[in-house]
Design a protein around this ligand. Structure first.
Ligand code: SF4
Length: 258
């Protein structure tokens, strides 16, 4: 199924369901996805399916290249009067895998303050690097560290996220509990024969994990574009509202992006 790779380091602004007019920052190669997960629903496609520009798959943009792209594009967009609600680290994979992530965050915070002082900075991350002190420290400097938790059981996480190496829900929950800043949990819900994280058992486990983590906010959503794995079904807005209800009752702040 067709999926999508970003071709630039700084792209947009584009309209995002979750964060409004979003200026994207892609710290990954332009020719393929680089991620520690290979989620069944990933809009970048599956790990093996590289883009036509596969020659550019081997290297990440350097920290210097990223800083230059930020300086040039932010200045140009500000002079054009572009409206930017959010500066979002997203793109072709997992941004925290970039070795210059912490340094780049500092540079983007400075550029945001200079050119788009009202914009919030968001990082969409699968949270596989939050145990590293420098990554956690960098995430603590931004407005919206948005960390993935799709499943409350190991089995379901393996099916949903297809991690490249060891991944443990229990360990991840433990790491979240140790973070000393407020963060957002993001959870993708899908149904279908391949994987379904909306069953009563799956939801019970996810509720327990979320309650244990006690995030500042929870974002729940379902698929919106083509997925690399066939047979996934979008979860309706009504079902997402049903899923959110028990946590809303507990007083959690939940954003539903249907
Ligand atoms: S964590 Fe994000 S980038 Fe990585 S495979 Fe999953 S959806 Fe794709």
């Amino acid at each position: 199924m067709p999926t999508f790779l970003w071709k630039e380091i700084v792209f947009g602004p584009i309209h995002s369901r979750r964060v409004g007019n979003s200026l994207g920052i892609n710290l990954l190669p332009t020719g393929c996805k680089v991620c520690s997960f290979d989620c069944v629903y990933c809009e970048c496609g599956s790990r093996k399916a590289v883009g036509a520009d596969a020659g550019s798959c081997s290297t990440l943009p350097s920290t210097v290249e990223v800083k230059e792209a930020v300086a040039v594009r932010f200045k140009a967009l500000a002079s054009e009067g572009a409206e930017v609600d959010s500066i979002s680290f997203t793109g072709n994979g997992e941004p925290t895998l970039h070795p210059g992530f912490a340094e780049i965050i500092d540079c983007v915070v400075e550029a945001r303050d200079k050119y788009f002082p009202k914009a919030v900075i968001s990082v969409f991350s699968n949270a596989t690097m939050v145990h590293k002190p420098e990554i956690a420290a960098a995430l603590s400097k931004i407005d919206n560290p948005i960390l993935k938790l799709d499943a409350g059981t190991e089995d379901l996480a393996k099916k949903m996220n297809r991690p490249c190496s060891t991944y443990s829900v229990e360990e991840t929950v433990g790491r979240f509990k140790e973070l000393d800043f407020k963060f957002i949990i993001q959870t993708m819900f899908v149904q279908g024969d391949v994987v379904d994280n909306t069953t009563p058992d799956a939801l019970d486990a996810w509720y327990s994990a979320v309650r244990a983590v006690n995030p500042g906010k929870i974002m729940i959503y379902s698929i919106d574009r083509d997925t690399p794995v066939a047979g996934l079904e979008k979860v309706s807005a009504e079902k997402l509202a049903e899923i959110a209800a028990p946590l809303l009752k507990d007083g959690f702040n939940i954003q539903i992006n249907a």
